[in-house]
Design a binder for this molecule. Structure first.
Ligand SMILES: [Ca+2]
Ligand SMILES: [Ca+2]
Ligand SMILES: [Ca+2]
Length: 252
């Protein structure tokens, strides 16, 4: 087989692979860990701090935005973050707002139980007055929108040495999870048991995902917003691969 034939065969095979893989896209993940602003003392133990590493979502990075959302046990009318970084450290226009909630850190106040990602799960926003007032609400804004983007929102709830129950509602969808300590990330989307739920393609209105949460010992520990962005440089990548291949052939 001549060189040109080999190159044509290679390019044809590469094209078939790209077609089989579907549209090439880049995954961008924004990670948020809700933290208490209370320090030790008055906490009996060091606070949970900010989580680092991967969690349940496929994630090209490990960086989490540690957000101090308020002091232990104090009702907050509203909190809005600054713009959040993506997990690879790049900047994004995404922000998060919480309304009508209070903050708790199980690690700082009670000492942590064993389990996965305690720095993420142990500190959270909770529905302070869930028996007498509407549910707490949240909104994630500044989301870059295009019809070709797809979004997944992972919500974390759990930690500590005892269980809890929290229901999250976005649009017409309500998902409930048990929380509590788990040795691994446990998906509760289908069975209600676990430390995270996944809203697949939640409605985004004018760049904002809005929702609410409530429950008995409710916990909103943090979230991951993962979105696929089409990558227009895929053709350039193919040209680069071809150039390397041809260069290697000629170098022999
Ligand atoms: Ca934390
Ligand atoms: Ca489960
Ligand atoms: Ca947290």
């Amino acid at each position: 087989m001549g060189d040109m034939m080999r190159i044509r065969t290679f390019l044809a095979a590469t094209s078939i692979c790209l077609l089989a893989a579907g549209p090439v896209s880049a995954l961008v993940v924004v990670n948020a860990d809700f933290n208490s602003t209370t320090t030790s003392p008055p906490y009996a133990n060091p606070p949970s701090g900010t989580y680092s590493g991967t969690a349940a979502a496929p994630d090209p990075g490990t960086i989490w935005n540690g957000l101090g959302i308020g002091a232990q046990g104090t009702l907050n009318a509203t909190y809005t973050s600054g713009t959040l970084s993506a997990s690879d450290g790049s900047s994004t226009p995404v922000t998060v707002t919480l309304n009508d909630y209070a903050t708790y850190d199980v690690q700082g106040a009670n000492g942590a139980g064993a389990g996965v990602a305690q720095a993420l799960l142990n500190d959270f926003a909770y529905d302070f007055n869930n028996l007498t007032a509407p549910a707490s609400t949240f909104s994630i804004s500044g989301i870059p929108t295009a019809v070709t983007y797809t979004y997944d929102l992972y919500i974390y709830s759990g930690g500590g040495s005892f269980g809890n129950s929290t229901s999250f509602t976005i649009g017409a969808t309500t998902l409930t999870l048990s929380g509590g300590p788990f040795a691994t990330f446990d998906d509760a989307t289908s069975d209600g048991v676990g430390n995270y739920i996944k809203f697949s393609s939640p409605p985004v209105t004018l760049g904002t995902i809005s929702g609410s949460w409530t429950g008995s010992n409710s916990r909103f520990s943090g979230f991951q917003l993962a979105f696929d962005v089409p990558e227009p440089t895929s053709l350039a990548a193919l040209a680069f691969v071809s150039t390397v291949f041809i260069g290697r052939r000629r170098g022999r």
